[in-house]
Design a protein around this ligand. Structure first.
Ligand SMILES: [Zn+2]
Length: 327
């Protein structure tokens, strides 16, 4: 799940200040052997968070998870789904974000409103549990899952652990979410940056940032020297401020220029992202067919119908129980 290699020729041009929303911009910093992506979400994340009317702490975390999912999911080639899912004992018991290549995003969280008042630290939102990243490339490709324990470290750090353990690619991620209030109303915005160290030169093939494992008894643990290029890239990425990631007036190109202009940064074709649920009447019919007749009878409401609300997009659909029993 690495950033695709540059495929276009090099061309110098002025840094664009055009700042579209719901766009992912891939880039590379060749002198540092670094590739990455910047994502800026506007209407898509505002719609996802707004339709659920999440309280702000929950909305912020769902927004962060959406940015992380887009950063990782946009590396999928062609068809496929990337899913982020948490299950934990915190205020937010479950959080799911789906990215369906090439551009569809949806998300929801289950949380306990009664515990909202007790929450005084962000770490308590998720609590303890696990975070799973699942890549599903369809029938012929295998399903892949990486799991990280959640212990109050937050989504950025959990993503770093995932890349260390599962992908073995030195990676840094930054995530930011904010609600901007203007005369026109309040809107959620979210942004993120991912940088990955993908050395092409043999001099830089050392696997920095990875756990060397336990040395044999009596042998000192090897001192891991980090490549200077990666040290520099990590340092530069860490200087980015939350407000820069969510600033609608600051273009992704301008942001990258601020970070990497001394080294030279190349940008590639931007990719769009949209909030779009893939639920359908047909899909839910198939799901209902999977239940026993007794289970379906238990779902019948006062009006004699089975009502199903999609947790992702809140779409409500009604089904006639007789349609199932005739089969
Ligand atoms: Zn839906």
């Amino acid at each position: 799940m690495s950033t695709p290699p540059p495929s276009q020729g090099s061309l110098s041009r002025p840094v664009s200040d055009h700042s579209p929303d719901d766009v992912v911009l891939p880039f590379s910093v060749e002198p540092l052997d670094v590739r990455g992506r910047v994502v800026r979400l506007g209407p898509s994340v505002d719609h996802i968070l707004g339709q659920h009317k999440y309280p702000p702490p929950v909305a912020r975390l769902v927004g962060e998870a959406a940015v992380l999912t887009v950063l990782l999911g946009t590396s999928l080639k062609m068809e496929g789904r990337f899913q982020l899912q948490t299950r934990s004992d915190g205020l937010i018991g479950m959080l799911v974000v789906d990215f369906d290549a090439p551009d569809r995003l949806r998300a929801f969280a289950r949380y306990d409103p009664e515990r909202l008042a007790e929450i005084d630290a962000e770490t308590e939102l998720l609590g303890k549990g696990h975070l799973a990243f699942t890549i599903d490339q369809g029938n012929e490709m295998s399903r892949y899952q990486g799991v990280v324990a959640l212990e109050g470290q937050g989504l950025e750090e959990a993503a770093h652990q995932y890349f260390r353990q599962s992908e073995q690619i030195p990676t840094r991620v930054r995530l930011a979410v904010a609600e901007s209030v203007t005369g026109a109303g309040a809107n959620w915005r979210a942004g993120g940056l991912m940088v990955q160290f993908l050395p092409t030169s043999p001099d830089r093939q050392r696997q920095v940032d990875l756990d060397p494992g336990n040395p044999p008894p009596g042998v000192a643990a090897p001192v891991q020297e980090e490549d200077d290029a990666w040290t520099e890239a990590k340092l530069l990425a860490s200087t980015i401020e939350d407000h820069e990631l969510v600033d609608p007036m600051l273009s992704s190109e301008r942001l990258l220029y601020r970070l990497f202009h001394e080294r030279g940064v190349k940008v590639f074709e931007p990719q769009g992202v949209r909030d779009s649920c893939r639920c359908s009447r047909e899909g839910i019919t198939n799901m209902l067919k999977g239940f026993s007749p007794q289970e379906r009878r238990d779902m019948i409401g006062d009006n004699g119908k089975i009502g199903v609300t999609c947790e992702f997009c809140s779409a409500f659909r009604e089904f006639d129980p007789q349609d199932f029993d005739e089969e």
